[in-house]
Write a protein that binds this ligand. Structure first.
Ligand SMILES: [Zn+2]
Length: 251
C-alpha cells in the first residue's frame, strides 16, 4: 500500500468534494502509478493542470509516485512565476480549431461569430467527439470532465462557467485569441466559411427594409444563410468589445 498526500490549488478545487478543497489530504493506493493517474483519480482532468510539485520539485505527468510523496498541483490560470520549473507540456496544435462537447451550443455560436472554427454536435456520443477531435487535431472544449480525462485528449479545456459570455471569455483568454478575432467570416449555424455575394443575386430573399438600407452581403458556402452588416453587426461589435475588456481585466 502506498500513501500519498495531495493539495490542489485555486480552481482545481472546483473538481473536488467540499471537504477536500484547499486542504492537504491523504490518499491510499494499492500500487504505484503515474502522478497523472493519481490526479485524475481525484476527479481533476489533466488538461487543467499546469504545474505539479512532488516533494517540492516540479515533475511532469509521467512521474511514478512513491510511498509518502507529497503532491501539489496548480491550474492553468494560476498567475505565479513558474519559470525554471517543469511546466506541463502546454503546446498547442499549429492551427487552433475546436470541438465542443454537449451543452455548449451558445458558446459555440459565440466563438463562430468571432471567426473561430468550432465543430459541435449536441447529440454526438463521447466516442464520436473523440474520434473527430483526433481526426482534425482539434482542441476539446467540455463542461463534462470525464471526457477530458480520456487518454486520447491531448489538447483540451474544461469550461468552468455555465454562462455563455463568461465561457467565451474563458476560451479567448486561455488560447490567447483576442488578437485573432475575425468576425463575420464563419457561419454561426454550421461553421462553414462565408463568401461575398452580389445583392442582386439574393434580392428576392431580403426583407424590404434590409433591401432598402444594406448593400453588402455575405453568405455561407454550405447552408446558404445570408449575413449583412446590419443592427446585429453593431451588437456583435459591442459583444467583441466586452470580450476584449473582460480579457484585459483578467490578465
Ligand atoms: Zn452555414
Amino acid at each position: 500500500m502506498i500513501t500519498v498526500h495531495l493539495r490542489f490549488y485555486e480552481e482545481l478545487n472546483d473538481f473536488l468534494p467540499r471537504k477536500l478543497r484547499k486542504v492537504r489530504f491523504e490518499k491510499k493506493l494499492k500500487f504505484s502509478t503515474t502522478v497523472k493517474d493519481v490526479i485524475e483519480s481525484c476527479g481533476i482532468p489533466h488538461t487543467e493542470v499546469k504545474l505539479i510539485l512532488v516533494n517540492g520539485k516540479s515533475t511532469d505527468f509521467n512521474y511514478h509516485i512513491n510511498d509518502k510523496d507529497d503532491i501539489s498541483a496548480y491550474p492553468i490560470f494560476e498567475s505565479m512565476d513558474i519559470s525554471g520549473l517543469t511546466k506541463i507540456e502546454s503546446s498547442l496544435p499549429e492551427e487552433l480549431k475546436f470541438i465542443a462537447g454537449r451543452n455548449l451550443g451558445k458558446l459555440v455560436r459565440n466563438l463562430r461569430l468571432l471567426g473561430f472554427d468550432v465543430v459541435h454536435d449536441q447529440y454526438a456520443k463521447n466516442s464520436e467527439i473523440l474520434r473527430k477531435m483526433k481526426e482534425d487535431n482539434r482542441i476539446l472544449l467540455a463542461r463534462n470532465r470525464n471526457i477530458l480525462m480520456c487518454n486520447e485528449v491531448q489538447y483540451g479545456s474544461y469550461i468552468y462557467s455555465n454562462e455563455p459570455f463568461k465561457q467565451t471569455v474563458e476560451v479567448v483568454q486561455r488560447f490567447k485569441l483576442v488578437d485573432v478575432i475575425n468576425p463575420i467570416t464563419r457561419c454561426s449555424l454550421c461553421n462553414s466559411l462565408l463568401e461575398p455575394v452580389q445583392k442582386k443575386e439574393i434580392l428576392h430573399r431580403l426583407e424590404p427594409l434590409t433591401r432598402k438600407y444594406y448593400d453588402e452581403f455575405v453568405r455561407c458556402i454550405k447552408c446558404d444563410k445570408i449575413y449583412w452588416h446590419g443592427s446585429h453587426h453593431i451588437k456583435l461589435r459591442q459583444f467583441i468589445k466586452r470580450v476584449e475588456e473582460e480579457v484585459k481585466k483578467n490578465r
